[in-house]
Ligand binder design. Structure first.
Ligand SMILES: Cc1ncc(COP(=O)(O)O)c(C=O)c1O
Length: 463
């Protein structure tokens, strides 16, 4: 008995794609060593890993392309920068310098825009909760307010009354079924149920308010162009009916955001280069529909409304990358290779929904193999990529994850780890720190430990 070997569970190790075969390794490794000509590796040494890097050049080019696509097809176009997509001050100001207004959805975002120097008159104020003091400030400062619900309508009316200001211009947010997107019916007033028409009538009956705009936002990462055609048609028809019934003049139609960025949404089979419409394609569908729907208006000599866009992710996503480093490797029980990175879903919130592209900074040697990329959190769901073909990775190997500009610097979490530095490569090629890395003091700054419990072990160290 004593001579027997201990029993161990048998393990089957399947052969996996990507190993050597008679065709060799056909995959060409894409790598990225610089951003706008600035080498990334020295930046990691200077600012630490992980590191977010924003390209001001790409940001400017994107927003210019967006505006050109629409301005060449519609006489009056305005872009409001969706703060929630990325409200780093430097990012917002680059876009403001390009002429974009601020589109904000909370008291905090309103204050942030004001603190950056954006006047109230260049702020679009959306969102389901606009705290009373900020709402009052927005009325006083002439912000464009989009009413979400009736209680807010009454609050604005009260605010106008307090100021003794009649006919305060307001817009309303609409929701409706495009036939191609889920109706985000929790925001604004529903058209089909008649709630939107009731709101219009209510505003028309108020001496304190004047309806000047219609707003809707039909979703995010909307790949279906027909959804925008439906949106434009429904909003134009509602504009006509509203003007006819109440005698008001709608000065602008705000179609919100939602254009897809060049990212790979999980569950979408084709790559983003094939799936994601260009700005020109979105613009063509929207303006063609609006031109058709406003023919009667033009014939009667009425001005065309300003077309307002609140495009967020498609402007900023590919203007920022996250560079992270490998901190460990392991082989999973099912045979797959796995690597642990110093950045996870705490920083790349969008990894829950998108398969981001992963690029080493240099060509790597060795056979590419299916690899799982985990983040550093002690939490099972911290997966940056569930499966990506990569050669063996050394400890410290930096990887650029992209695109990372949309919703990550706003939805990231200070959870378990510090949040890292963010730098911007300016259009002139300078590298500027735009957000310092967090440290213990940053996180402790707001905490207070009461005097009576200020010592962890007042009776001496426990056993
Ligand atoms: C009202 C509003 N406008 C604009 C946006 C920006 O959307 P996107 O980033 O999809 O363009 C959002 C995002 O949810 C939004 O809620």
């Amino acid at each position: 008995m004593g001579d027997r070997l201990p029993w161990t569970k048998p393990v089957l190790t399947p052969h996996r794609m990507g190993g050597l075969n008679k065709f060799g390794d056909l995959r060409t490794q894409v790598h990225q060593s610089d951003i706008d000509g600035v080498e990334i590796a020295p930046l990691l040494e200077q600012y630490g890993s992980p590191l977010f890097i924003v390209s001001a050049k790409t940001l400017r080019e994107n927003v210019r392309r967006l505006k050109r696509a629409f301005a060449t097809r519609w006489p009056r176009v305005r872009h409001g920068w969706s703060y929630k997509t990325n409200y780093l001050g430097a990012v917002c100001n680059v876009l403001h310098q390009e002429g974009s207004w601020a589109e904000v959805v909370s008291g905090f975002e309103y204050q942030k825009a004001r603190a950056l120097g954006v006047p109230g008159s260049r702020i679009l104020f959306n969102g389901p909760w606009k705290p009373n003091e900020v709402l009052q400030q927005a009325i006083e400062e002439g912000a464009t307010i989009h009413i979400d619900h009736l209680d807010e309508l009454y609050a604005i009316e009260n605010g106008a009354r307090k100021l003794g200001r009649e006919s305060v211009p307001v817009g309303i947010r609409l929701n409706f079924d495009t036939g191609y997107t889920d109706a985000w019916s929790r925001f604004g007033f529903n058209i089909e149920s008649g709630a939107a028409r009731d709101a219009v009538q209510r505003i028309a009956a108020s001496k304190w308010l004047k309806l000047t705009g219609l707003h809707s936002h039909i979703g995010t990462f909307v790949l279906e162009l027909r959804a925008y055609a439906a949106q434009a048609k429904i909003m134009a028809a509602f504009m006509d009916a509203t003007e006819r019934e109440t005698g008001c003049t709608i000065e602008y139609l705000d179609i919100g955001g939602g254009f897809a960025s060049r990212n790979a949404l999980q569950g979408v089979y084709l790559p983003p280069e094939q799936m994601v419409p260009s700005f020109e394609q979105y613009a063509e569908v929207i303006t063609d529909t609006l031109l058709e729907a406003t023919r009667g208006r033009v014939a009667s000599g009425k001005p065309l409304p300003v077309l307002v866009l609140e495009t967020g992710r498609a402007v900023v996503d590919d203007a920022e990358i996250l560079v992270t480093s490998v901190v460990g490797n392991k082989r999973l029980p099912d045979g797959r290779r796995a690597a642990i990175l110093d950045a996870g879903v705490n920083l790349l919130f969008t990894a829950y929904w998108y398969n981001h592209e992963v690029r080493p900074l240099r060509p790597l040697e060795g056979i590419a193999e299916e690899t799982v990329l985990y983040g550093p959190l002690c939490m099972n769901i911290d997966v940056v990529r569930a499966s990506v073909m990569l050669p063996p990775l050394n400890i410290g190997e930096p990887l650029a994850i992209r695109p990372a500009g949309a919703y990550n610097n706003t939805q990231w979490q200070q959870f378990i780890q510090y949040r890292p530095a963010i730098v911007m490569v300016t259009a002139e090629g300078r590298v500027e720190l735009i957000r310092a890395a967090e440290q213990l003091e940053t996180i402790n700054a707001l905490e207070r430990v009461p005097e009576s419990i200020s010592q962890p072990f007042p009776q001496g160290l426990p056993e």
